[in-house]
Design a protein around this ligand. Structure first.
Ligand code: COA
Length: 355
């Protein structure tokens, strides 16, 4: 057994345990990611809208993003399934070893079935518990907290956690949408999380917040009646099925909330910023991430940034970031990792793990 306790291996579905008084922990056994094959650069955007590569890079840090295409079979479910299969491969497990799949998504392919059901079928996971969760860009972090609690309470044992979003379906690639089209990209990230016999592994501290009064700052209307009564249509018009964002308001919210969220989470367990090995953050804007890094005096290698290559991928971003860190050999058992997200809702949340 390692210093921090050996992960429990795959189990038969029939033997999903009940806690029965025994304290268990949770551990991330595998991580994986999947990206659409089409790369959409700032130069590509320059051809569609009134913008420049310089403007986008200076304001956001983004150079390119991926855009899913149906003709390649790229859907929210198929990208999620590819990411989860990669996470299972990383963990050395089979789809049939899972007893639950939880998918964080804002852009399911259909209102029903849940994306988790489609992914279970695509992977051949058999009859398992599967459901979706929508907390926009905070979704993956909310899912991590949910799954840790399910495992610790004995409800689940081996869980596939997926963040998959095809947000570019809702992006307006005309000048009216130039405040959003520059930011967003498609992708999927996934973890396999399992019960551990070491109760000190898993979530040490968490925070989950929603300020519902701020929903008009970021929303996708389905019908005209969805608009808030006092919505300023100036420059927007009525764009059904398009992402509406008050960029300046969200930016201000994010800069202050992000730092406060880190401090709130550290305070819950009496840690200092430098005690955490990795901050794995939702990638919304490089300036927002840099502001948080500077406030806490963190070195660049502790706060991973990949927004330059993928843009803002909504619920996928945290899984994408962690998978890249893991694939680079930079995560080890026993390390402390703080996962952070914020987004539409408005929602914001953290999940501090001992790996
Ligand atoms: N290219 C060039 N100019 C653009 C542009 C584009 N793509 N988009 C907007 N502009 C213009 C505006 O029209 C405005 O012009 P004006 O001064 O003549 O009115 C000017 O640039 C500044 O616009 P503003 O919206 O204030 O820019 P900004 O510095 O706030 O940057 C965002 C815009 C969207 C990059 C920034 O607000 C942001 O990142 N917000 C947070 C968004 C976010 O994180 N959302 C997801 C949360 S999960």
């Amino acid at each position: 057994m390692s210093e921090h306790g050996a992960p429990l291996g795959p189990i038969e579905k029939s033997s999903v345990h009940t806690a029965g008084g025994m304290r268990v922990g949770a551990t991330i056994l595998g991580a994986g990611m999947a990206l659409p094959r089409t790369v959409f650069t700032n130069a590509d955007l320059e051809k569609l809208i009134d913008t420049t590569d310089d403007w986008i890079q200076q304001r956001t840090g983004i150079r390119e993003r991926r855009v899913a295409r149906r003709e390649y079979g790229e859907t929210t479910a198929s990208l999620g399934a590819r990411a989860l299969q990669a996470a299972l491969d990383d963990a050395g497990m089979r789809p049939t070893d899972l007893d639950q799949i939880v998918v964080a998504t804002t852009t399911p392919d259909m209102p029903t079935p849940a994306t988790a059901c489609q992914i279970a079928a695509m992977l051949g996971a058999g009859t398992i518990a599967g459901f979706d969760l929508n907390a926009a860009c905070s979704g993956f972090v909310f899912a991590l907290n949910t799954v840790d609690a399910l495992i610790r309470s004995g409800v689940a044992r081996n869980v596939g956690v997926v963040g998959s979003d095809l947000i570019t379906r809702y992006v307006d690639y005309t000048n009216r949408g130039r405040g959003t089209s520059i930011l967003f990209g498609d992708g999927a990230g996934a973890f396999v999380i399992a019960g551990s016999d070491d109760p000190d592994r898993g979530v040490l501290a968490r925070a989950m917040h929603t300020d519902g009064s701020r929903w008009p700052d970021l929303f996708i209307p389905r019908v005209e009646e969805d608009y808030p009564p006092d919505f300023d249509h100036e420059g927007h018009g009525v764009d059904i099925n398009c992402l509406h964002m008050n960029g300046r308001a969200v930016f201000k919210f994010a800069v202050s909330t992000f730092s406060d969220l880190i401090q709130e989470t550290l305070d819950k367990v009496g840690l200092r910023p430098e005690d955490v090995d990795h901050y794995v953050c939702h990638q919304s804007n490089k300036r927002i991430l840099d502001a948080a890094r500077e406030r806490f005096g963190l070195p660049e290698e502790k706060l991973h940034i990949n927004i330059d290559r993928y843009g803002n991928t909504v619920a996928a971003s945290v899984g994408l970031c962690f998978t890249e860190l893991k694939n680079a050999g930079r995560v080890r058992p026993g390390q402390l990792v703080m996962f952070l997200g914020f987004g539409a809702g408005l929602t914001w949340g953290s999940s501090l793990w001992r790996l």
